[in-house]
Design a protein around this ligand. Structure first.
Ligand SMILES: [Zn+2]
Length: 270
């Protein structure tokens, strides 16, 4: 009998699961790591080898989606691009690196071309942000106001290069763990102090596992078995109480209560 759903088991331990990894998502997270490396480490030898093998350069790289040719690995890396794109954010410096229409810099998860009201002029498609700024540092609205259906904020430009960062980690650097959590739609904020208590309880592992089952409310009590259409009644076999649920089995049943009372100091017991 499976007591707890697989999805729950795959969640981190401090979120109520058993921390088992979903191998399919781990694979995707590792592919994302390769894809991130292709963009963030342009001077690495392995990046240059791949770019030369597929006759790409860094301008064309972000646009590479699925191809008909290429190794299985390359196709997989190309196919994971939309997921990587969601996590890429930019700190705008001089605006010479980030492409105005195609990079995620203005609006959550979406590049500006998603908000274009009509086809973007060819000469603008791959232009960087700096091209859309006037000498005074303001937006040159004349260039794009007719195509864009959303408002964009003024930029605080600087002389620094534009910096790419990973939105799902605190440090801004890519980690496979943060990519995995993003793919799983989980955040570490889901941590629950109850599960922390369970897994940090000082005692045998089998007791911690038992506490986890109790916390999931999946102890095989008569009520739980009845819910699963196993057995015809929910009556407690020890005391005859009408419903044997978790609280009854562990706390309220006379046999359990005697154990708890025996643990209490004599004065409180009175
Ligand atoms: Zn009972």
């Amino acid at each position: 009998m499976s007591l707890v759903q697989w999805d729950h088991i795959c969640q981190p331990k401090l979120c109520g699961g058993l921390g088992l990894k979903n191998l399919s998502l781990i694979n995707e997270a590792l592919l994302m790591k390769i894809r991130w490396g292709l963009i963030s480490s342009p001077n690495s030898l392995w990046v240059q080898v791949l770019l030369s093998k597929y006759t790409l350069n860094h301008t064309s790289l972000p646009n590479v989606l699925l191809m008909k040719y290429g190794s299985y690995m390359w196709k997989a890396v190309a196919g994971i691009w939309p997921e990587v794109l969601k996590g890429i954010k930019w700190d705008i410096g001089n605006g010479n690196k980030v492409r105005f229409w195609w990079d995620n810099w203005a609006i959550e998860e979406y590049p500006l071309h998603a908000f274009a009201s009509q086809p973007i002029p060819l000469e603008q498609v791959n232009e960087c942000i700096a091209r859309f700024i006037t000498d005074e540092g303001a937006w040159n609205w004349r260039l794009f106001a007719n195509f864009l259906i959303v408002a964009i904020k003024p930029l605080n430009m600087s002389d620094e290069d534009d910096q790419m960062y990973w939105a799902y980690s605190k440090s801004g650097g890519f980690t496979t763990k943060s990519a995995y959590l993003a793919l799983s739609k989980m955040t570490i904020n889901d941590e629950d102090s109850f599960w922390s208590f369970v897994w940090h309880w000082r005692g045998p592992q089998r007791i911690r596992t038992f506490l986890w089952v109790v916390g999931q409310n999946r102890l095989k009590t008569k009520a739980e078995l009845f819910r699963r259409h196993i057995g015809a009644d929910m009556r407690c076999a020890r005391c005859g109480c009408l419903i044997e649920n978790t609280l009854h089995a562990l706390r309220d049943c006379p046999g359990a209560k005697d154990v708890w009372l025996a643990l209490l100091p004599f004065e409180i017991r009175q």
